[in-house]
Design a protein. Sequence first.
Length: 111
Amino acid sequence: MALELRVRAHSETGLVRKENQDSGYASATLLMVADGMGGAAAGDLASRIAVDEFYQIDQPSSGEAIMPSAGDAMIEQLEQAAQRANDRLADLIETDPDLDGMGTTICGGLF
């Protein structure tokens, strides 16, 4: 039996903020959303950086069954992407103190 994943995305600024600090990405192998921390400095930039790092690990699927060890490798890829995003944010804050407090939450899945 073949599985199929259908995705729709919608994001709004909301009633309080003037800008949307959400970023997202969807493909056949990766789904993610990053939500910039509202009220903190440059949450929109933080969420874009996070999505960019996760986008870098997106690879087309071979369609073959994934062995347990491959699942471990996928988790490691996700962890490394999160660490790279964190490092990039820290580097930006170091060069521009006005960005201090910048952050984002991330949620996603790699298939």
